[in-house]
Each structure stands twice: as structure tokens, then as C-alpha cells.
Ligand binder design. Structure first.
Ligand code: ADP
Ligand code: MG
Length: 323
């Protein structure tokens, strides 16, 4: 019961960007090669995520939006061993309980699609729908029935920026898919399928940094780090630009951050900052991805090895460049 409580609605859906994250994770889980995200009014008016993935069969659509029906985890062990993105089976029912929620889907190869409309956790309408293969989710009036949550939100432009950032980060970990992001009718970015990491980064970060980034890859035992790191002299700016992923999930973690900074130690002069995108891959049992979905915290079994593989992996790339 404690587990259930921890992952209850309020925690999955903290703000519009959490909805974007959950919906886009589902799209990626579904093998989509194109994911288009549209928001209005910072996501409070509308959050729409459309994909070209495998889709959901009509008779499974109702299950997908019903609480507890689709959980991919049965117990704590499953939770620890989980490697796929969507692991809670709670996202859609949670979002559906705090919004006016419409999901339309057509399974690959099916002749007809199906839609289901949920309002305040109740299925209000459903029926056949014309849609090409894939899934479209529309979340309107987020938190219309939870005034306390609404009050907690920042300005629309801040919430929009968070949605933008969440999608930006997810796009870095999924280069094989194309993404677009539109806010208040204006396209903010469009990322082609199959871009390289530096190419994709250059859409968001200064071009001179991205063009000169060093790619690194380093493996020790069952752990692997890869990604790209900015060259010190080029990597000037107002501060760090660091994005980190553990087993494909975007995280904020002090240990990883200090390992990256450690690699740059002694290499930077004043007003130069580390710039890096880091992917750490390790066996799921060696990392505890916090079950609190809103936080992106992780705990490692072997902190020292994690620290050194990252610091060494990046430092080696930097010193190869310095030669
Ligand atoms: P979880 O991802 O943890 O299973 P969700 O509530 O996020 O739980 O999604 C419930 C289910 O709905 C998924 O397991 C999947 O079967 C289906 N689903 C959701 N979104 C999509 C999508 N974009 N494409 C295909 N299936 C989807
Ligand atoms: Mg999910």
C-alpha cells in the first residue's frame, strides 16, 4: 500500500511538464519515430502528444486509462529490476483524474481507430475515430478540479519553458526519433529523426560549442559512460550546460555532476564552464531510480566506481584533445 501511495496521482502529475514527460515516454515505449508535442498556455490549456507508434487496440484503451489496470510492476523486485521507461501503470489514469483527457489510437495494421474521453477520472465518451497508425493524447484544462495544484504553478511562460526543457532532454536520449514542440501556436523546435547528438544539441546550445564537442565512450566492467563534452577554451558561457541520463532517464544528481566537474578540474580558466551530455548505463540492480517520479534522483550502489568511470571517461577525452 505504501508503494501505491508513493506513486499516486499527485506525485506523478506535478505540473504540465510532468504530463509531457509521461506522455512522451509512452510514445517512445511504443516505438514511435515521430513525436509531436503541442501546448497552449503553458500546458494549462492544452497538452497534445501525437505519435506514430504501435498504438493501442480499442479494447485495451479503456484499460490503459483505468487506474491499476496496466501496471508493468507487480512488486518491489519488479520495481528494482525495471528498465523500460513506463513502469508504473499510473500515468494515464493519474492524468485522466486531473484533466479533461482524450486518447485516440489506431494499432498498426488496424482499419479503424478508437477514442476514449475521460473527465474527472470517469469515462465520459468513447467510440470509433479516424486516425492514422499511432496514438494521440489531448490533455485539456489540467488541474481544473485541483485548485491547490493550479495555485502552485508558475507563470505560463515558465511552465512552457519547463515543457520545452523536458522534451529537449528526452530528445537527446532518443536520437532515432524526430520531435517537434509548438507552444501557443508557434513552433519552438523541430528535430529530424537520426540526427547526431551534437547536431541535435546545436538546436539548443551555441553552435561553436556543439561543433567542437568531443565524443567520449568508456566502459568498465558492467558500467558504460558515453556522450559528448565541450572543449574548455570553447566552452565559455554563463554557467554549466550539463545534461545527464542514467539508463536513458534524465536525472539531476550531485555525484554525477561532481564527477563531470572533476574531469574539467585544472583545465578551465575563469569564465569557462563544463559543457557535457552524459549517458551512464549500468545494470538496473546497481542503481535505485527513485520511485518518486517527479524527482529525478538516483542512488548508486557503488558510488566510487560511478564517480571514477565518469571522471576518467571525460578526462581521457579532454586529454586526448590536449595532446
Ligand atoms: P505504463 O506506461 O506505466 O504502462 P501508462 O499509464 O503510462 O502506464 O500507460 C498505460 C498503457 O497505455 C501502457 O502500458 C501502454 O500499453 C498504453 N499506452 C499509453 N500510451 C501509449 C502510446 N503513446 N502508444 C501506445 N500505447 C500506449
Ligand atoms: Mg507510461
Amino acid at each position: 500500500a505504501a508503494l501505491r501511495n508513493q506513486i499516486a496521482a499527485g506525485e506523478v502529475v506535478e505540473r504540465p511538464s510532468s504530463v509531457v514527460k509521461e506522455l512522451v515516454e509512452n510514445s517512445i515505449d511504443a516505438g514511435s519515430t515521430q513525436v509531436d508535442v503541442i501546448i497552449d498556455r503553458g500546458g494549462q490549456g492544452l497538452i497534445s502528444v501525437k505519435d506514430n507508434g504501435i498504438g493501442v487496440a480499442a479494447d485495451e484503451l479503456r484499460l490503459a486509462v483505468t487506474r491499476h489496470a496496466t501496471s508493468k510492476i507487480a512488486n518491489i523486485d519488479d520495481l528494482i529490476a525495471v528498465t523500460s521507461f513506463g513502469f508504473r501503470g499510473e500515468a494515464l489514469p493519474s492524468i485522466g483524474s486531473v484533466s479533461r483527457f482524450k486518447m485516440t489510437s489506431c494499432q498498426k495494421g488496424a482499419t479503424e481507430g478508437w477514442f476514449i474521453f475521460v473527465e474527472g477520472a470517469e469515462v465520459a465518451d468513447e467510440g470509433p475515430a479516424a486516425i492514422p497508425g499511432g496514438t494521440s493524447v489531448e490533455v485539456r484544462d489540467l488541474f481544473y478540479n485541483v485548485p491547490a495544484r493550479l495555485k502552485f504553478l508558475k507563470t505560463e511562460s515558465t511552465e512552457a519553458r519547463r515543457c520545452n526543457q523536458v522534451l529537449f532532454k528526452m530528445s537527446l536520449a532518443n536520437l532515432e526519433a524526430g520531435f517537434s514542440f509548438t507552444s501557443n501556436g508557434k513552433e519552438q523546435f523541430r528535430l529530424a529523426q537520426g540526427q547526431s547528438l551534437p547536431e541535435r544539441l546545436a538546436v539548443f546550445w551555441p553552435r561553436n560549442i556543439c561543433e567542437s564537442m568531443l565524443e567520449f565512450s568508456h566502459e568498465v566492467g558492467e558500467m558504460k559512460v558515453h556522450g559528448c563534452a565541450g572543449i574548455p577554451a570553447v566552452a565559455q558561457g554563463r554557467g554549466d550546460r550539463i545534461v545527464m541520463f542514467v539508463n536513458g532517464r534524465s536525472v539531476q544528481d550531485k555525484l554525477l555532476l561532481s564527477a563531470i566537474r572533476g574531469a574539467y578540474k585544472g583545465r578551465l580558466i575563469s569564465r569557462e564552464y563544463p559543457q557535457a551530455v552524459l549517458f551512464l548505463e549500468l545494470p538496473p540492480e546497481m542503481v535505485d531510480v527513485n520511485v518518486h517520479p517527479a524527482k529525478m534522483e538516483v542512488r548508486f550502489q557503488e558510488e566510487r566506481s560511478v564517480f571514477s568511470i565518469i571522471r576518467n571517461g571525460i578526462a581521457q577525452a579532454l586529454s586526448r584533445y590536449e595532446l
